[in-house]
Ligand binder design. Sequence first.
Ligand code: IPE
Ligand code: IPE
Ligand code: MG
Ligand code: MG
Ligand code: MG
Length: 309
Amino acid sequence: MTNASQEVMQPAVQSVQSFDAWMAAVQATMEQALSSFLPDAAQAPQELHQAMRYAALDGGKRVRPLLAFAAGELFAAAPQQLQRAAAAVEMIHAYSLVHDDMPCMDDDALRRGKPTVHVKFGQASALLAGDALQAQAFLVLTDGAGDADCKLAMVRLLAQASGSLGMCGGQAIDLASVGLHLSRQQLEQMHRLKTGALLRAAVLLGALSGKLLTPTEEQALDRYAAGVGLAFQVVDDILDATADSATLGKTAGKDAADNKPTYVSILGLDASKALAEQLRQDAHAAILSFGDKAQRLRELADLIVQRKA
Ligand code: IPE
Ligand code: IPE
Ligand code: MG
Ligand code: MG
Ligand code: MG
């Protein structure tokens, strides 16, 4: 049996009541699930597997898995399938961070309060760890039980969100924009791709772990994800300019130092904060029709906009 096909037995996190307790339960479940879905560190090639585990485990807010779980709970998704969907999107995210930090991109030495993967393991291992995390994400998604049509939809969704019309495309625009003044529309497009696309995938993958969506359900979740997806990167830009490295676990002030166009550099701090708040409200409005069942999604929109790290 491969690591990717092992299932993690966990109590149903849905039964936990407070948001903080629910969040802690999902984060703990995901730590264990990710660990079981990654090759063992002792398995050859050890350094590659160690670098993959270093990148994906023991750190991060796990916002994408939280979104997947919250959306999955709307449709009573089975926990085992949710764990796979959430782990897949988190592996893509972890890979994107490993590559984002490399000298050819943002050249960062600190991530999640630890030395970045290329600092710890060298550039070649970091490159390969990112590549292998991406492949592992799709393996995890396709393994395990579940409806084949749902799985196909999920694979396509995650591939689109990760590729040249999703996260990679956004990263390409980001790198090509250093030192340029982008219009507000160009900036929004860059942020929607580099960050919004994976957050949208997290929401829809979680929902698809429950069932194939009706067009109305998909539209509502899409509108919600558009709000939180853009808000997430607007807040990331705000925190880069206002928080310190110890709080963030990554180098603060890096965007201005690197001459990157951000919401803060283009709109200013106050207008960026107002926009994030507006997007939070848009996200809430989008899921009104789901009623009480969407409480976790509402709480996550609040967290994404009000977070301090
Ligand atoms: C950082 O993402 C990179 C962006 C897309 C802005 P997160 O802020 O979710 O990073 P972790 O996973 O919590 O470390
Ligand atoms: C990165 O955006 C988005 C990714 C796809 C990884 P940033 O470059 O702003 O992320 P941080 O600030 O380094 O986490
Ligand atoms: Mg970057
Ligand atoms: Mg960066
Ligand atoms: Mg940033």
